[in-house]
Design a binder for this molecule. Structure first.
Ligand code: FES
Length: 139
């Protein structure tokens, strides 16, 4: 287990947009002991969150999002919003792109950012989207 996985969960409010980063994926072709790409991305996100308008955006590390062959893998979620899972994010350059997308996501009520407004890495990296919970029941 890495240090990133041992961090306590940040305090989050009901409107907080949460970026969950898998810090367990191994780099494709990387050495077993090399830094995990997700840990690098999470650290970059943490540093970026300390600057600018990032109210109600939090980053957390998790152990696995079941997208293990596509590091970096992340989930973006918020109360009442669709949850998105992404893969193939660059550990070094992905933080700025992801944080921009998290701000766009935060400005929505349902989590759906128009496709044309999403960065290319976000468009290409999408793995899944999950409806807001609890699901509305049909009669
Ligand atoms: S180990 Fe990262 S998604 Fe499974």
């Amino acid at each position: 287990m890495t240090d990133a996985l041992q961090r306590p969960r940040p305090e989050t409010g009901a409107d907080t947009v949460r970026i969950l980063v898998c810090a367990s994926c191994r780099a494709v072709g990387g050495e077993p002991d090399s830094a995990r790409p997700g840990a690098i991305l999470a650290a970059a996100l943490g540093a970026a969150l300390a600057e600018g308008d990032n109210t109600d955006i939090a980053v957390e590390t998790v152990e696995c999002l079941s997208v293990c062959k596509r590091p970096c893998t992340v989930a973006l979620t918020g109360a009442g919003r669709w949850t998105y899972i992404y893969g193939d994010l660059d550990p070094d350059a992905g933080a700025a792109t992801l944080l921009t997308f998290a701000r766009q996501y935060r400005e929505t009520t349902d989590g759906i950012v128009p496709w044309r407004e999403r960065a290319e890495a976000i468009r290409k990296g999408v793995v899944a989207r999950i409806p807001p919970l609890p699901l509305a029941r049909t009669p």
